[in-house]
Design a protein around this ligand. Structure first.
Ligand code: NDP
Length: 500
Protein backbone atom coordinates (compact mmCIF):
# COMPACT_ATOMS: atom_id res chain seq x y z
CA UNK A 1 0.00 0.00 0.00
CA UNK A 2 2.81 2.31 0.95
CA UNK A 3 4.63 1.77 -2.36
CA UNK A 4 1.50 2.59 -4.31
CA UNK A 5 1.10 5.85 -2.39
CA UNK A 6 4.72 6.83 -3.10
CA UNK A 7 4.38 5.89 -6.77
CA UNK A 8 1.25 7.86 -7.25
CA UNK A 9 2.75 10.96 -5.57
CA UNK A 10 5.82 10.70 -7.91
CA UNK A 11 3.54 10.45 -10.90
CA UNK A 12 1.74 13.59 -9.84
CA UNK A 13 5.14 15.36 -9.56
CA UNK A 14 6.05 14.20 -13.02
CA UNK A 15 2.77 15.34 -14.46
CA UNK A 16 3.34 18.77 -12.91
CA UNK A 17 6.81 18.93 -14.44
CA UNK A 18 5.60 17.76 -17.82
CA UNK A 19 2.89 20.38 -17.99
CA UNK A 20 5.35 23.18 -17.14
CA UNK A 21 7.56 22.42 -20.21
CA UNK A 22 6.14 23.45 -23.53
CA UNK A 23 6.40 20.76 -26.22
CA UNK A 24 8.49 21.73 -29.26
CA UNK A 25 6.35 22.74 -32.20
CA UNK A 26 8.56 21.01 -34.79
CA UNK A 27 10.63 17.84 -34.60
CA UNK A 28 12.93 18.48 -37.55
CA UNK A 29 16.33 16.87 -37.48
CA UNK A 30 19.22 19.22 -36.88
CA UNK A 31 22.07 18.72 -39.39
CA UNK A 32 24.66 16.22 -38.16
CA UNK A 33 27.44 16.41 -40.74
CA UNK A 34 30.42 14.06 -40.52
CA UNK A 35 33.66 15.99 -40.81
CA UNK A 36 35.52 15.81 -44.11
CA UNK A 37 38.73 16.73 -42.33
CA UNK A 38 39.55 13.10 -41.60
CA UNK A 39 40.28 12.56 -45.28
CA UNK A 40 43.30 14.07 -47.00
CA UNK A 41 43.02 13.91 -50.75
CA UNK A 42 45.90 14.32 -53.11
CA UNK A 43 45.38 16.46 -56.18
CA UNK A 44 46.52 13.65 -58.43
CA UNK A 45 46.86 9.89 -58.17
CA UNK A 46 48.86 7.46 -60.25
CA UNK A 47 48.58 3.70 -60.57
CA UNK A 48 49.83 1.49 -57.75
CA UNK A 49 52.19 -0.96 -59.42
CA UNK A 50 54.86 -3.06 -57.74
CA UNK A 51 54.34 -1.20 -54.47
CA UNK A 52 55.09 2.20 -56.06
CA UNK A 53 52.98 5.06 -57.38
CA UNK A 54 53.47 5.22 -61.12
CA UNK A 55 52.71 8.48 -62.90
CA UNK A 56 49.83 7.83 -65.34
CA UNK A 57 50.05 8.71 -69.04
CA UNK A 58 46.42 9.81 -69.22
CA UNK A 59 44.09 10.91 -66.49
CA UNK A 60 40.54 12.05 -65.72
CA UNK A 61 38.80 13.87 -62.89
CA UNK A 62 36.75 12.05 -60.29
CA UNK A 63 33.91 13.96 -58.67
CA UNK A 64 31.50 13.83 -55.76
CA UNK A 65 28.07 12.88 -57.14
CA UNK A 66 26.27 14.76 -54.36
CA UNK A 67 27.83 18.14 -55.21
CA UNK A 68 29.58 17.64 -58.58
CA UNK A 69 32.70 18.96 -56.82
CA UNK A 70 35.94 17.84 -58.43
CA UNK A 71 37.86 15.67 -55.96
CA UNK A 72 41.06 14.52 -57.67
CA UNK A 73 42.77 13.57 -60.91
CA UNK A 74 43.20 9.84 -61.38
CA UNK A 75 44.90 7.74 -64.02
CA UNK A 76 43.28 6.20 -67.07
CA UNK A 77 45.40 3.09 -67.47
CA UNK A 78 46.49 2.13 -70.97
CA UNK A 79 47.17 -1.49 -72.03
CA UNK A 80 50.91 -0.80 -71.46
CA UNK A 81 50.24 0.28 -67.89
CA UNK A 82 48.03 -2.77 -67.35
CA UNK A 83 50.88 -4.86 -68.75
CA UNK A 84 53.26 -3.34 -66.17
CA UNK A 85 50.79 -4.15 -63.38
CA UNK A 86 50.36 -7.75 -64.56
CA UNK A 87 54.16 -8.04 -64.81
CA UNK A 88 54.56 -6.83 -61.22
CA UNK A 89 51.89 -9.27 -60.04
CA UNK A 90 53.56 -12.15 -61.90
CA UNK A 91 56.96 -11.31 -60.42
CA UNK A 92 55.52 -11.12 -56.89
CA UNK A 93 53.77 -14.46 -57.41
CA UNK A 94 56.96 -16.14 -58.57
CA UNK A 95 59.29 -14.42 -56.10
CA UNK A 96 57.87 -15.77 -52.93
CA UNK A 97 54.24 -14.88 -52.31
CA UNK A 98 52.77 -18.10 -53.72
CA UNK A 99 55.29 -20.19 -51.75
CA UNK A 100 54.79 -18.35 -48.47
CA UNK A 101 53.27 -20.57 -45.76
CA UNK A 102 49.56 -19.89 -45.30
CA UNK A 103 50.11 -18.72 -41.72
CA UNK A 104 52.48 -16.00 -43.01
CA UNK A 105 50.00 -14.82 -45.64
CA UNK A 106 47.35 -14.75 -42.92
CA UNK A 107 49.43 -12.30 -40.89
CA UNK A 108 49.25 -9.76 -43.70
CA UNK A 109 45.50 -10.24 -44.09
CA UNK A 110 44.94 -9.83 -40.35
CA UNK A 111 47.06 -6.67 -40.45
CA UNK A 112 45.05 -5.25 -43.34
CA UNK A 113 41.79 -6.03 -41.50
CA UNK A 114 42.98 -4.29 -38.36
CA UNK A 115 44.23 -1.22 -40.22
CA UNK A 116 40.87 -0.95 -41.99
CA UNK A 117 39.18 -0.99 -38.61
CA UNK A 118 41.53 1.64 -37.26
CA UNK A 119 41.04 3.89 -40.28
CA UNK A 120 37.38 3.09 -40.81
CA UNK A 121 36.11 6.63 -40.24
CA UNK A 122 38.46 7.99 -42.89
CA UNK A 123 37.41 5.31 -45.38
CA UNK A 124 33.72 5.75 -44.60
CA UNK A 125 33.87 9.48 -45.26
CA UNK A 126 35.78 8.97 -48.49
CA UNK A 127 33.36 6.29 -49.67
CA UNK A 128 30.38 8.60 -49.11
CA UNK A 129 32.18 11.54 -50.69
CA UNK A 130 33.18 9.75 -53.89
CA UNK A 131 30.20 7.41 -54.21
CA UNK A 132 27.23 9.34 -52.75
CA UNK A 133 26.09 6.71 -50.25
CA UNK A 134 24.87 7.82 -46.79
CA UNK A 135 27.62 7.93 -44.20
CA UNK A 136 25.60 5.77 -41.82
CA UNK A 137 25.72 2.98 -44.41
CA UNK A 138 29.41 3.32 -45.29
CA UNK A 139 30.23 3.56 -41.58
CA UNK A 140 27.95 0.74 -40.35
CA UNK A 141 27.86 -1.63 -43.33
CA UNK A 142 30.64 -1.18 -45.91
CA UNK A 143 33.56 -0.69 -43.55
CA UNK A 144 32.75 -3.34 -40.90
CA UNK A 145 32.02 -5.88 -43.65
CA UNK A 146 35.18 -5.05 -45.60
CA UNK A 147 37.30 -5.60 -42.47
CA UNK A 148 35.32 -8.76 -41.65
CA UNK A 149 36.15 -10.22 -45.08
CA UNK A 150 39.86 -9.78 -44.48
CA UNK A 151 39.57 -11.29 -41.00
CA UNK A 152 37.54 -14.20 -42.30
CA UNK A 153 39.83 -15.12 -45.19
CA UNK A 154 42.90 -14.60 -43.02
CA UNK A 155 41.50 -17.49 -41.01
CA UNK A 156 41.38 -19.76 -44.06
CA UNK A 157 44.88 -19.01 -45.38
CA UNK A 158 46.58 -21.79 -43.40
CA UNK A 159 43.65 -24.22 -43.57
CA UNK A 160 43.22 -24.73 -47.30
CA UNK A 161 44.20 -28.39 -47.00
CA UNK A 162 41.32 -28.84 -44.54
CA UNK A 163 38.90 -26.86 -46.70
CA UNK A 164 39.61 -29.19 -49.63
CA UNK A 165 40.91 -32.45 -48.18
CA UNK A 166 42.93 -34.73 -50.49
CA UNK A 167 42.74 -32.24 -53.36
CA UNK A 168 46.09 -30.48 -52.89
CA UNK A 169 44.93 -26.89 -53.39
CA UNK A 170 47.36 -24.57 -55.23
CA UNK A 171 47.10 -20.88 -56.10
CA UNK A 172 46.02 -20.07 -59.64
CA UNK A 173 48.46 -17.23 -60.33
CA UNK A 174 47.58 -13.63 -61.24
CA UNK A 175 43.95 -12.61 -60.65
CA UNK A 176 42.50 -9.76 -62.73
CA UNK A 177 39.65 -8.22 -60.75
CA UNK A 178 37.13 -5.67 -61.99
CA UNK A 179 34.68 -4.15 -59.56
CA UNK A 180 31.65 -1.81 -59.73
CA UNK A 181 30.80 1.50 -58.10
CA UNK A 182 28.02 0.50 -55.70
CA UNK A 183 30.21 -0.88 -52.87
CA UNK A 184 33.73 0.13 -53.93
CA UNK A 185 35.75 -0.87 -50.87
CA UNK A 186 33.56 -3.82 -49.95
CA UNK A 187 33.79 -5.29 -53.45
CA UNK A 188 37.54 -4.79 -53.30
CA UNK A 189 37.59 -6.78 -50.05
CA UNK A 190 35.38 -9.52 -51.54
CA UNK A 191 37.90 -9.87 -54.36
CA UNK A 192 41.30 -9.31 -52.77
CA UNK A 193 40.87 -11.19 -49.46
CA UNK A 194 40.19 -14.70 -50.87
CA UNK A 195 42.71 -14.22 -53.70
CA UNK A 196 45.52 -13.42 -51.27
CA UNK A 197 44.47 -16.07 -48.76
CA UNK A 198 44.91 -18.68 -51.51
CA UNK A 199 48.37 -17.37 -52.48
CA UNK A 200 47.51 -15.46 -55.67
CA UNK A 201 48.57 -11.98 -56.63
CA UNK A 202 46.20 -9.34 -57.94
CA UNK A 203 45.61 -6.57 -60.48
CA UNK A 204 42.42 -4.76 -59.54
CA UNK A 205 40.51 -2.02 -61.31
CA UNK A 206 37.92 -0.01 -59.37
CA UNK A 207 35.00 1.55 -61.25
CA UNK A 208 35.64 4.78 -63.14
CA UNK A 209 33.35 6.83 -60.88
CA UNK A 210 34.61 5.52 -57.52
CA UNK A 211 38.38 4.99 -57.58
CA UNK A 212 39.36 6.84 -54.39
CA UNK A 213 38.83 4.23 -51.68
CA UNK A 214 40.84 1.68 -53.70
CA UNK A 215 43.63 4.26 -54.00
CA UNK A 216 43.54 4.98 -50.27
CA UNK A 217 43.66 1.23 -49.72
CA UNK A 218 47.14 1.24 -51.32
CA UNK A 219 48.22 3.19 -48.26
CA UNK A 220 46.90 0.39 -46.08
CA UNK A 221 48.88 -2.14 -48.11
CA UNK A 222 52.05 -0.16 -47.47
CA UNK A 223 51.23 0.19 -43.78
CA UNK A 224 50.72 -3.58 -43.62
CA UNK A 225 54.07 -4.03 -45.40
CA UNK A 226 52.54 -6.33 -47.97
CA UNK A 227 55.34 -7.35 -50.35
CA UNK A 228 55.45 -5.11 -53.46
CA UNK A 229 53.47 -6.39 -56.45
CA UNK A 230 51.15 -8.69 -54.50
CA UNK A 231 48.33 -6.19 -55.02
CA UNK A 232 48.39 -3.71 -57.91
CA UNK A 233 45.65 -1.15 -58.48
CA UNK A 234 45.10 0.47 -61.87
CA UNK A 235 42.32 2.99 -62.45
CA UNK A 236 40.42 3.80 -65.61
CA UNK A 237 37.22 3.10 -67.49
CA UNK A 238 35.93 0.03 -69.31
CA UNK A 239 38.91 0.04 -71.68
CA UNK A 240 41.22 -0.60 -68.75
CA UNK A 241 38.94 -3.41 -67.61
CA UNK A 242 39.02 -4.94 -71.10
CA UNK A 243 42.84 -4.72 -71.15
CA UNK A 244 42.97 -6.71 -67.89
CA UNK A 245 40.56 -9.33 -69.22
CA UNK A 246 42.50 -9.69 -72.48
CA UNK A 247 45.98 -9.86 -70.93
CA UNK A 248 47.70 -13.21 -71.48
CA UNK A 249 49.41 -13.03 -68.09
CA UNK A 250 46.11 -13.06 -66.20
CA UNK A 251 45.08 -16.55 -64.99
CA UNK A 252 41.78 -15.76 -63.41
CA UNK A 253 39.19 -13.02 -64.03
CA UNK A 254 36.73 -11.97 -61.33
CA UNK A 255 34.06 -9.49 -62.35
CA UNK A 256 31.14 -7.80 -60.64
CA UNK A 257 28.96 -5.49 -62.70
CA UNK A 258 26.35 -5.44 -65.43
CA UNK A 259 25.11 -8.53 -67.25
CA UNK A 260 25.98 -6.91 -70.57
CA UNK A 261 29.66 -6.41 -69.72
CA UNK A 262 29.74 -9.80 -67.99
CA UNK A 263 28.65 -11.45 -71.22
CA UNK A 264 31.32 -9.56 -73.19
CA UNK A 265 33.94 -10.74 -70.70
CA UNK A 266 32.75 -14.34 -70.96
CA UNK A 267 33.12 -14.14 -74.75
CA UNK A 268 36.61 -12.65 -74.43
CA UNK A 269 37.76 -15.32 -71.98
CA UNK A 270 36.23 -18.29 -73.83
CA UNK A 271 38.90 -20.74 -74.99
CA UNK A 272 41.77 -19.03 -73.18
CA UNK A 273 41.79 -21.38 -70.18
CA UNK A 274 41.40 -18.45 -67.76
CA UNK A 275 39.22 -19.13 -64.77
CA UNK A 276 36.17 -16.85 -64.54
CA UNK A 277 33.55 -15.80 -62.00
CA UNK A 278 30.76 -13.35 -62.85
CA UNK A 279 28.56 -11.62 -60.31
CA UNK A 280 26.01 -9.74 -62.40
CA UNK A 281 22.65 -8.05 -62.15
CA UNK A 282 19.42 -8.98 -60.42
CA UNK A 283 15.70 -8.26 -60.21
CA UNK A 284 14.87 -9.85 -56.90
CA UNK A 285 11.39 -10.63 -55.65
CA UNK A 286 10.61 -9.72 -52.07
CA UNK A 287 7.55 -11.85 -51.26
CA UNK A 288 5.18 -10.83 -48.43
CA UNK A 289 2.60 -13.39 -47.29
CA UNK A 290 -0.54 -12.35 -45.42
CA UNK A 291 0.65 -13.92 -42.17
CA UNK A 292 3.88 -11.89 -42.10
CA UNK A 293 4.71 -9.48 -39.29
CA UNK A 294 3.75 -6.53 -41.44
CA UNK A 295 5.59 -3.70 -39.72
CA UNK A 296 8.82 -5.69 -39.88
CA UNK A 297 8.12 -6.61 -43.47
CA UNK A 298 7.69 -2.94 -44.36
CA UNK A 299 11.09 -2.23 -42.82
CA UNK A 300 12.44 -5.10 -44.92
CA UNK A 301 10.88 -3.67 -48.07
CA UNK A 302 12.45 -0.27 -47.37
CA UNK A 303 15.84 -1.78 -46.58
CA UNK A 304 15.52 -4.06 -49.60
CA UNK A 305 15.14 -1.32 -52.18
CA UNK A 306 16.22 2.04 -50.72
CA UNK A 307 19.45 0.86 -49.06
CA UNK A 308 22.35 2.41 -50.99
CA UNK A 309 19.85 4.23 -53.28
CA UNK A 310 18.88 0.84 -54.71
CA UNK A 311 22.37 0.53 -56.25
CA UNK A 312 22.46 -3.06 -55.06
CA UNK A 313 22.61 -6.10 -57.34
CA UNK A 314 20.49 -8.11 -54.90
CA UNK A 315 18.01 -5.26 -54.18
CA UNK A 316 14.42 -6.36 -53.54
CA UNK A 317 13.20 -4.36 -56.53
CA UNK A 318 10.04 -6.41 -57.21
CA UNK A 319 7.66 -6.47 -54.27
CA UNK A 320 5.18 -9.36 -54.39
CA UNK A 321 2.37 -8.82 -51.87
CA UNK A 322 -0.41 -11.27 -51.14
CA UNK A 323 -3.63 -9.70 -52.39
CA UNK A 324 -5.45 -9.83 -49.04
CA UNK A 325 -2.96 -7.47 -47.39
CA UNK A 326 -2.18 -5.31 -50.41
CA UNK A 327 -4.01 -2.10 -49.36
CA UNK A 328 -2.67 -2.27 -45.82
CA UNK A 329 0.91 -2.89 -46.97
CA UNK A 330 0.92 -0.05 -49.48
CA UNK A 331 -0.58 2.35 -46.92
CA UNK A 332 2.11 1.46 -44.37
CA UNK A 333 4.85 1.65 -46.99
CA UNK A 334 3.81 5.12 -48.13
CA UNK A 335 3.70 6.32 -44.52
CA UNK A 336 7.20 4.95 -43.96
CA UNK A 337 8.54 6.53 -47.16
CA UNK A 338 7.46 9.94 -45.92
CA UNK A 339 10.00 9.60 -43.09
CA UNK A 340 13.02 8.83 -45.32
CA UNK A 341 15.53 11.64 -45.39
CA UNK A 342 17.13 12.22 -48.78
CA UNK A 343 20.17 14.47 -49.02
CA UNK A 344 23.77 15.11 -48.04
CA UNK A 345 25.53 11.72 -47.84
CA UNK A 346 27.81 13.05 -45.11
CA UNK A 347 24.90 13.92 -42.82
CA UNK A 348 24.46 11.16 -40.26
CA UNK A 349 20.65 11.54 -40.47
CA UNK A 350 20.53 10.80 -44.19
CA UNK A 351 18.75 7.62 -45.29
CA UNK A 352 19.02 8.00 -49.06
CA UNK A 353 22.05 9.65 -50.62
CA UNK A 354 23.04 10.72 -54.13
CA UNK A 355 22.77 8.69 -57.33
CA UNK A 356 26.27 7.58 -58.24
CA UNK A 357 26.61 9.30 -61.61
CA UNK A 358 24.83 11.35 -64.24
CA UNK A 359 24.80 8.27 -66.45
CA UNK A 360 23.04 6.19 -63.79
CA UNK A 361 20.55 8.99 -63.09
CA UNK A 362 19.69 9.09 -66.81
CA UNK A 363 19.16 5.34 -66.84
CA UNK A 364 16.85 5.46 -63.80
CA UNK A 365 14.91 8.37 -65.29
CA UNK A 366 14.49 6.53 -68.58
CA UNK A 367 13.12 3.40 -66.93
CA UNK A 368 10.81 5.38 -64.64
CA UNK A 369 9.44 7.24 -67.67
CA UNK A 370 8.90 3.89 -69.37
CA UNK A 371 6.97 2.68 -66.30
CA UNK A 372 4.68 5.72 -66.43
CA UNK A 373 4.12 5.33 -70.17
CA UNK A 374 3.32 1.63 -69.86
CA UNK A 375 0.57 2.46 -67.37
CA UNK A 376 1.97 1.93 -63.88
CA UNK A 377 0.97 4.31 -61.11
CA UNK A 378 3.84 6.24 -59.54
CA UNK A 379 4.17 7.40 -55.93
CA UNK A 380 6.98 9.56 -54.56
CA UNK A 381 6.92 11.13 -51.08
CA UNK A 382 7.27 14.89 -50.87
CA UNK A 383 10.98 15.62 -50.49
CA UNK A 384 13.20 18.50 -51.47
CA UNK A 385 16.13 17.30 -53.53
CA UNK A 386 19.39 19.29 -53.48
CA UNK A 387 19.94 21.46 -56.54
CA UNK A 388 23.46 20.30 -57.33
CA UNK A 389 24.45 16.71 -57.79
CA UNK A 390 22.47 13.67 -58.92
CA UNK A 391 19.31 12.78 -57.03
CA UNK A 392 16.24 10.64 -57.37
CA UNK A 393 13.34 10.53 -54.91
CA UNK A 394 12.34 7.15 -53.43
CA UNK A 395 9.74 5.79 -55.83
CA UNK A 396 7.01 3.14 -55.70
CA UNK A 397 5.17 1.86 -58.75
CA UNK A 398 1.83 0.12 -58.26
CA UNK A 399 -0.43 -1.30 -60.94
CA UNK A 400 2.56 -3.00 -62.52
CA UNK A 401 2.20 -5.79 -65.08
CA UNK A 402 4.87 -8.46 -65.28
CA UNK A 403 5.68 -7.50 -68.85
CA UNK A 404 6.56 -3.88 -68.02
CA UNK A 405 10.20 -2.91 -68.31
CA UNK A 406 10.18 -1.79 -64.65
CA UNK A 407 9.25 -5.37 -63.70
CA UNK A 408 11.84 -6.99 -65.94
CA UNK A 409 14.94 -4.78 -66.16
CA UNK A 410 17.42 -3.93 -63.46
CA UNK A 411 16.85 -0.24 -62.62
CA UNK A 412 19.63 -0.05 -60.04
CA UNK A 413 17.99 2.91 -58.34
CA UNK A 414 15.51 3.67 -55.53
CA UNK A 415 12.53 2.40 -57.51
CA UNK A 416 10.18 -0.35 -56.34
CA UNK A 417 7.70 -2.20 -58.59
CA UNK A 418 4.76 -3.73 -56.74
CA UNK A 419 2.91 -6.82 -57.95
CA UNK A 420 0.36 -9.02 -56.19
CA UNK A 421 -0.36 -12.73 -55.86
CA UNK A 422 -3.08 -14.94 -54.39
CA UNK A 423 -1.48 -18.34 -53.73
CA UNK A 424 2.04 -19.50 -52.87
CA UNK A 425 2.29 -21.18 -56.29
CA UNK A 426 1.48 -17.93 -58.02
CA UNK A 427 4.08 -16.14 -55.86
CA UNK A 428 6.74 -18.64 -56.95
CA UNK A 429 5.77 -18.40 -60.60
CA UNK A 430 5.93 -14.61 -60.58
CA UNK A 431 9.11 -14.46 -58.51
CA UNK A 432 10.88 -16.79 -60.95
CA UNK A 433 9.57 -14.93 -63.98
CA UNK A 434 12.85 -13.12 -64.59
CA UNK A 435 16.02 -13.74 -66.53
CA UNK A 436 18.00 -13.11 -63.34
CA UNK A 437 18.46 -15.33 -60.28
CA UNK A 438 20.55 -13.60 -57.67
CA UNK A 439 18.40 -13.15 -54.57
CA UNK A 440 14.92 -13.19 -53.07
CA UNK A 441 13.13 -12.45 -49.81
CA UNK A 442 10.27 -14.28 -48.08
CA UNK A 443 8.16 -12.86 -45.26
CA UNK A 444 5.89 -15.28 -43.38
CA UNK A 445 5.46 -16.56 -39.83
CA UNK A 446 5.30 -20.16 -41.13
CA UNK A 447 8.63 -21.94 -40.99
CA UNK A 448 7.50 -24.68 -43.36
CA UNK A 449 6.52 -22.12 -45.96
CA UNK A 450 9.93 -20.46 -45.71
CA UNK A 451 11.64 -23.79 -46.43
CA UNK A 452 9.25 -24.60 -49.28
CA UNK A 453 9.73 -21.16 -50.86
CA UNK A 454 13.51 -21.39 -50.52
CA UNK A 455 13.41 -24.64 -52.49
CA UNK A 456 11.19 -23.21 -55.22
CA UNK A 457 12.86 -19.85 -55.75
CA UNK A 458 15.56 -19.83 -58.42
CA UNK A 459 17.89 -17.48 -56.57
CA UNK A 460 21.40 -17.81 -55.16
CA UNK A 461 20.44 -16.16 -51.88
CA UNK A 462 17.05 -16.33 -50.17
CA UNK A 463 16.48 -14.19 -47.09
CA UNK A 464 13.71 -15.15 -44.68
CA UNK A 465 12.05 -12.41 -42.62
CA UNK A 466 14.98 -10.12 -43.32
CA UNK A 467 16.71 -8.62 -46.33
CA UNK A 468 20.13 -7.45 -47.49
CA UNK A 469 22.04 -9.24 -44.73
CA UNK A 470 25.62 -10.07 -45.58
CA UNK A 471 28.23 -12.10 -43.84
CA UNK A 472 31.70 -13.16 -45.03
CA UNK A 473 30.95 -16.77 -44.07
CA UNK A 474 27.98 -17.00 -46.47
CA UNK A 475 28.49 -17.77 -50.14
CA UNK A 476 26.91 -15.21 -52.47
CA UNK A 477 26.23 -15.49 -56.19
CA UNK A 478 23.61 -16.18 -58.81
CA UNK A 479 21.97 -18.32 -61.45
CA UNK A 480 21.14 -17.56 -65.07
CA UNK A 481 21.88 -13.96 -66.12
CA UNK A 482 23.01 -13.11 -62.60
CA UNK A 483 26.26 -14.94 -63.33
CA UNK A 484 28.09 -17.90 -61.86
CA UNK A 485 30.59 -18.70 -59.16
CA UNK A 486 30.32 -17.87 -55.48
CA UNK A 487 32.04 -15.24 -53.35
CA UNK A 488 32.19 -15.52 -49.58
CA UNK A 489 32.47 -18.54 -47.33
CA UNK A 490 34.52 -21.61 -48.12
CA UNK A 491 32.96 -21.61 -51.60
CA UNK A 492 34.64 -18.25 -52.24
CA UNK A 493 38.09 -19.87 -52.02
CA UNK A 494 37.50 -22.31 -54.85
CA UNK A 495 37.71 -19.89 -57.80
CA UNK A 496 41.18 -18.86 -56.59
CA UNK A 497 42.55 -22.40 -56.41
CA UNK A 498 43.51 -25.15 -58.77
CA UNK A 499 43.65 -28.73 -57.60
CA UNK A 500 46.43 -31.14 -58.42
P1 NDP B 1 29.64 -2.03 -65.80
O1 NDP B 1 29.31 -3.45 -65.86
O2 NDP B 1 29.96 -1.31 -67.05
O3 NDP B 1 30.84 -1.76 -64.78
C1 NDP B 1 31.43 -2.69 -63.93
C2 NDP B 1 32.94 -2.63 -64.03
O4 NDP B 1 33.38 -3.15 -65.30
C3 NDP B 1 33.52 -1.23 -63.98
O5 NDP B 1 34.76 -1.25 -63.32
C4 NDP B 1 33.65 -0.91 -65.43
O6 NDP B 1 34.50 0.16 -65.70
C5 NDP B 1 34.17 -2.20 -65.99
N1 NDP B 1 33.98 -2.39 -67.42
C6 NDP B 1 33.17 -1.72 -68.28
N2 NDP B 1 33.29 -2.20 -69.52
C7 NDP B 1 34.19 -3.21 -69.47
C8 NDP B 1 34.73 -4.12 -70.43
N3 NDP B 1 34.35 -4.11 -71.71
N4 NDP B 1 35.63 -5.04 -70.04
C9 NDP B 1 36.00 -5.11 -68.75
N5 NDP B 1 35.54 -4.27 -67.80
C10 NDP B 1 34.63 -3.33 -68.14
O7 NDP B 1 28.47 -1.28 -65.08
P2 NDP B 1 28.12 0.27 -65.21
O8 NDP B 1 28.89 0.99 -64.21
O9 NDP B 1 28.22 0.76 -66.61
O10 NDP B 1 26.59 0.24 -64.84
C11 NDP B 1 25.63 -0.12 -65.83
C12 NDP B 1 24.54 -0.93 -65.23
O11 NDP B 1 25.07 -2.14 -64.72
C13 NDP B 1 23.88 -0.30 -64.04
O12 NDP B 1 22.89 0.57 -64.42
C14 NDP B 1 23.37 -1.48 -63.29
O13 NDP B 1 22.11 -1.85 -63.79
C15 NDP B 1 24.35 -2.55 -63.60
N6 NDP B 1 25.34 -2.78 -62.51
C16 NDP B 1 25.20 -3.89 -61.78
C17 NDP B 1 26.08 -4.13 -60.75
C18 NDP B 1 25.95 -5.33 -59.92
O14 NDP B 1 26.60 -5.44 -58.89
N7 NDP B 1 25.17 -6.29 -60.33
C19 NDP B 1 27.13 -3.19 -60.40
C20 NDP B 1 27.23 -2.06 -61.28
C21 NDP B 1 26.34 -1.88 -62.27
P3 NDP B 1 33.83 1.63 -65.70
O15 NDP B 1 33.57 1.93 -64.29
O16 NDP B 1 34.84 2.47 -66.24
O17 NDP B 1 32.61 1.53 -66.55
Amino acid sequence: MRTEAVTSSRLTDLEHKRSSVSAPAAWDYAPAPESREVVTLRERYGHFIGGEWVEPRDSYTTISPSSEEELAEVGQATPEEVDAAVGAARAAFANGWSALPGAERAKYLFRIARILQERSREFAVLESLNGGKPIKESRDVDLPLAAAHFFYYAGWADKLEYAFPNRRPQPVGVAGQIIPWNFPLLMLAWKIAPALACGNTVVLKPAETTPLSALLFCDVLRQAELPPGVVNIVTGDGRTGAAIVDHDGVDKVAFTGSTEVGKAIQRAVAGTGKKLTLELGGKAANVIFDDAALDQAVEGIVNGIYFNQGHVCCAGSRLLVQESIYEQTIAKLKKRLATLRVGDPLDKNTDVGAINSKMQLDKITELVDAGKEEGAEIYQPACRLPEKGYWFAPTVFTNVAQSYRIAQEEIFGPVLSVLTFRTPDEAVEKANNTMFGLSAGVWTEKGSRILWMAQQLRAGVVWANTYNRFDPTSPFGGYRESGFGREGGRHGLEPYLRFE
